[in-house]
Write a protein that binds this ligand. Structure first.
Ligand SMILES: Cc1cc2nc3c(=O)[nH]c(=O)nc-3n(C[C@H](O)[C@H](O)[C@H](O)COP(=O)(O)O)c2cc1C
Length: 189
């Protein structure tokens, strides 16, 4: 079965990011592609230490739970990381995760090749577009395919539960999700 992994970079239990990813995942599933949300919450994701051991051992040398996430990504056809904006850029641990996932892929069998997806960013007031650009850098350098939508994948949400009030943002995410599923089906079947 074709599958997309969605990575939630929020540390909060009932996060806006989770609400957005649940809508995104359910839209992907409506188009006959499996979707699984994985949380970084509760994990202590370290930054890449540039040890280059991944080239020798085929996985990251740091044991903080990211290798288990990498194994799931390896078995997927799509990848969607989502993050809250912190001081105008992405929360640190999602960038640490992306940098290590990319490094392991490039140093091993390039499992990210032709994987379909794109980032999503969430903020109360400002910083979504810069954060989207920051996270987008991960995709082309890893030979991935970014799906479009009718706007950028940005959501305005402050207090818990307010993401769904951004109706244009949610419409954008739904169209993006549909595109991710349809591109995967076109190139993988
Ligand atoms: C440390 C910190 C920094 C933040 N910086 C920004 C910011 O630069 N711009 C903004 O609009 N919101 C900022 N916020 C608010 C969050 O991005 C916003 O509440 C978001 O919905 C949280 O997502 P979550 O519910 O998925 O954790 C910040 C929040 C925290 C905790």
């Amino acid at each position: 079965m074709l599958k997309v992994i969605l990575l939630n970079g929020s540390p909060r239990k009932d996060s806006n990011t989770k609400d957005v990813l649940e809508i995104c995942a359910s839209e992907i599933q409506k188009h006959d592609v499996e979707a699984e949300i994985i949380e970084l919450r509760g994990k202590k994701i370290q930054s890449c230490i540039a040890c280059n051991k991944c080239a020798e051992i085929g996985k990251c040398a740091l044991n903080d739970g990211l290798n288990e996430i990498i194994d799931k990504i390896k078995n997927a056809d799509g990848f969607i990381p989502a993050a809250p904006v912190y001081f105008g850029t992405a929360r640190g641990d999602i960038m640490s995760a992306l940098q290590r996932i990319g490094k392991v892929s490039r140093s091993t069998d390039k499992f990210l090749d032709w994987m379909v997806g794109g980032p999503i960013t969430i903020a109360r007031r400002a910083g979504q577009t810069l954060t989207l650009q920051e996270m987008t850098m991960f995709f082309p350098i890893n030979n991935m395919i970014i799906a479009g939508s009718t706007y950028w994948n940005i959501i305005f949400a402050g207090p818990t539960g307010t993401a769904t009030q951004d109706t244009e943002g949610i419409q954008t995410i739904k169209k993006f999700a549909e595109n991710v599923a349809n591109i995967i089906k076109k190139i993988k079947t």
